[in-house]
Design a protein. Sequence first.
Length: 149
Amino acid sequence: MKGRIVYRSWYYFRTGWATYFAFILAAINTLTVTYYLAIENLPMLKEIFPSFLSYLLTAVVIGVPLLTMLGYYHFKKGTFKAEADIVTEQNPHFNRLLRNTEAFIPVYLEMIELLVKLSKNEKLSDDEIKRIETVKVRLKSYSDKKTLS
């Protein structure tokens, strides 16, 4: 349990660092470097952006909507589906969840059919009882051999 807390804390730290701290620091660094090393030394650009504040406001007004649209495109039309497919294929927990879902949907449907019949006070036929036994055996077999590998 102690090792688990350490690894989880490390993961949370990396997420906080990469998502928030490094992102904000990188944005500030990029804006500062591009202004003071490029714009300030080029007279034509210096006329367009006479101060760092004007450059910053322009970058925010144009950059935030543009980058938001790019992010939207990435998720809706871009490569996110391929990335999600790869993560799902490589993560044994996702694979287990997918296989469990596929295995249990037919069981749920069978249970619903039987519950509807029983709620109407109808007796189960011998075939239905055999189907229940078959499903039970299949689930037991599935449960006995399931692993994360």
